[in-house]
Design a protein around this ligand. Structure first.
Ligand code: S3P
Length: 449
């Protein structure tokens, strides 16, 4: 069975969400922590990794490459790593595939990387091209455009890169390759993206510098060995976003998410919600983490675009739900990248929110959502559709959880079944139980409450 078909969960409206919870460890940090620990010379300890399948794939990948894994401990080092005796399956994870391509380019043997149907449709040239430029031997379907990718690494030369796509995955892949390239490897970013690769490379003692200039932002790295590190992975802001938007839009709600990463490139959705008039309280715990509280209050429409987009790209689906429940119109632009995610998120969110009665228009690079205030998701419905409506996840975890939030914002007696809900397992298998813990109503397929 594919991700498109697995699992169905029904969410009901009319129940406030209240309480204080944690979300899984940040997915972007988790992937990188595993890859860098595999390279670091000795025993690293990483606590609180993301519990989803995507990160489990990266864990399995570094084990296949020879890292030693036991609980939170990872025994790494370049001399331990060896050719995997089978292709490496990265499942649904674009981040795992692209970062692994960079790591594999630095390893002097063959690695074959593949994934599920969705991953095999996603663009790979953005990472293959710069790695080719550094001298890596990579082949893939359609001339390297699509996975599977076969990477024969080693013999790399440092270069300057100006990636076309504003992508932290591409930046991360280049920096990983740069760890074993002759000379200096530089990535210039016109639009800044999340900085987890830089943060973790610095933690592992890489020879790395970053600089802001009027042209943008630059990261430089030189070859060198990494030292083992200890890390407590903070909560994933992209997962917190589902709960916090739910807190904002479900009447009577008061939700606090503890220990969320709010460092560079990840807290943009809080700024968007703030512009929408949300009742948010952000209590810092460290320079990059905070407890974030969201209470229900009417929202208003806003514009999301330009340089802000890379920092909110994963949150746009759930922000579209907030927009549907706001007064006035919200325009999401400059976000064509959404079409290259686990699903075409512009098309999938437009089609599924449309089924829930939201008035919106799809644009090549975004969405225009005509919010109708708190009643926006009141369906125009009759007969059998009166109590139970059906939407689909398109095999995309963020679409599934966004639709759950939309359902929770419905009125009492109004239930929405999300089919393909098991897609959430890629990033957050426990999502529905946390919703229940907060007092939300969920039920197995068909059992409208
Ligand atoms: C990620 C970067 C983003 C994001 C993805 C995770 C990362 O993708 O959408 O969920 O961990 O580097 P792009 O790099 O393709 O923009």
């Amino acid at each position: 069975m594919t991700l498109l078909e697995r699992g169905e969960t029904t969410f009901s409206g009319g129940r406030a969400l209240r309480g204080q919870v944690r979300v899984p460890g940040d997915k972007s940090i988790s992937h990188r922590a595993l890859l860098l620990a595999a390279l670091a010379e000795g025993r690293s300890v990483v606590r609180g990794l993301s519990t989803g399948e995507d990160v489990a794939r990266t864990r399995a990948a570094v084990a296949l490459l020879g890292a030693g894994l036991e609980g939170d401990a990872i025994e790494g080092g370049r001399s331990r790593l060896r050719e995997a005796d089978e292709p490496i399956d990265l499942g649904n994870s674009g981040t795992a595939m692209r970062l692994l391509a960079g790591l594999a380019a630095s390893l002097p043997f063959l690695s074959v990387l593949y994934g599920d149907e969705s991953l095999r449709r996603r663009p790979m040239l953005r990472v293959v091209d710069p790695l080719w430029a550094m001298g890596a031997a990579i082949d893939g379907r359609e001339g390297g455009r699509l996975a599977p990718l076969a990477v024969r690494g080693g013999g790399l030369i440092g270069r300057e890169h100006r990636p076309q796509a504003a992508s932290a995955q591409v930046k991360g892949a280049i920096l990983l390759a740069g760890l074993a390239a002759a000379g200096e490897t530089v990535v210039y970013e016109a639009l800044a993206t999340r900085r987890h690769s830089e943060e973790l490379l610095a933690l592992a003692g890489a020879e790395l510098t970053t600089e802001e200039s009027p042209d943008g932002y630059a990261v430089r790295v030189r070859a060198g060995s990494l030292r083992p590190f200890e890390l407590d992975v903070p909560g994933d802001p992209s997962q917190a976003a589902f709960l916090l938007v739910a807190g904002c839009v479900v009447p009577g709600s008061d939700v606090t998410v503890e220990n969320v990463y709010v460092g560079p490139g990840r807290a943009g959705f809080l700024a968007v919600l703030d512009r929408m008039g949300a009742d948010l309280e952000i209590v810092p715990r460290s320079p990059t983490t905070a407890d974030v509280r969201a209470r229900h209050r009417p929202l208003r429409g806003t514009e999301v675009g330009g340089t802000e987009v890379p920092g909110v790209i994963d949150e746009i689906p759930v922000l579209a739900v907030a927009a549907a429940l706001a007064e006035g119109t919200t325009v999401f632009s400059g976000a064509a990248e959404l079409r290259a995610k686990e699903s075409d998120r512009i098309a999938t969110m437009a089609s599924e929110l449309g089924k829930l009665g939201v008035s919106l228009e799809e644009r090549p690079d975004g969405l225009v959502v005509h919010g109708a205030g708190a009643g926006a998701l009141e369906p125009a419905r009759s007969g059998a559709l009166r109590r139970l409506r059906a939407v689909v996840s398109h095999g995309d975890h963020r679409v599934a959880m966004s639709l759950a939030v939309a359902a929770l914002a419905g009125t009492e007696g109004d239930a929405v079944t999300v089919s393909g809900f098991a897609a959430v397992d890629t990033s957050w298998p426990g999502f529905a139980s946390v919703i229940e813990q907060l007092g939300g109503a969920t039920a197995p397929a068909g059992a409208a409450t």
